[in-house]
Design a protein around this ligand. Sequence first.
Ligand code: DAH
Length: 346
Amino acid sequence: MLQKILDLLKEVSTLSVKSPEELESFRLKYLSKKGIISDLFEDFRNVAVSEKKEVGQKLNLLKKNALEKYNSLKSELLTTEDISQATDLSRPSFPFSTGSRHPISIVRNEIIDIFTRIGFTVSEGPEIEDDDHVFTKLNFAPEHPARDMQDTFYISRISSEDSSPEDILLRTHTSSVQVRVMQNQKPPIRTISPGRVFRNEAISARAHCIFHQVEGLYIDENVSFADLKQTLLFFAREMFGKETEIRLRPSYFPFTEPSAEMDVSCKICGGKGCNVCKYTGWLEILGCGMVHPNVLEACNINSQKYTGFAFGMGIERLTMLKYQVNDLRLYFENDIRFLDQFKTAF
Ligand code: DAH
């Protein structure tokens, strides 16, 4: 019997298993109630007294080793199973969802990038403004219709009859930042001002009460309309492509003289005419002009010495043209199905 136990000790120590089934048959063979070790304990009764001590020790050792072996084989099997799962290259990848920039931010950043490359700085001003910065210093006559309650959100009015410089309102355009910059800096001034503006408009596909503009201002000695044209041509070609043409049409703004509106050649049809450009081949993108001497003087800049140009554009409009979005309301609804489409933009 002793020899048998010694043989089994050797057998157990060298055993290995490859599957849960093999592990189970190991357990049945050695450790179950009807297994070898249990049988040996039965037979132990018949061992001669003189041998009981030695045989007993070896038998206990066999039981202990067999149990330990079983447990270690079991944990070995589990870890190999885990590893084979972790390295299963056919498993579908973990869906890692990234966010995206809002299209208005993408286009605003692009505009900023283009103008900072030619020496413009970025200035900001408050969204809650006074009449003085939004209208009066920009040469709006006291009875100008833009001051009307129809267009402007007033927060407080000193007098309900006439406008007063102390009237507090939500800015209707970013041209108000021009005034703040001119009041605080000496020429040469070369800056753009992106920001949110507010107008009392009924919300529709083509109009919204909140939108975004970028204002531009350049003031120095001898700044001419030719400088304005060249700056805007550079911008249009950077924004819409090298082949883009521009055209300036005479217009009117109280704060510029002369004033113009700028069109770019339609990128969709290459100027041939399509439904985006309403078959004209041109798309209007901004207003511009030479800063009115009254505006320079109102901001303590000598209009005999300095001249300048200004321009203002709507970011929603540029984004509509760039991405073919035809409903302004989409920009404000934050519908993931809309925003997701800008993931590949930067
Ligand atoms: N402030 C004008 C608007 O909101 C846009 C504009 C036009 C700005 C001409 C300018 C400019 O600086 O010169 O419609």
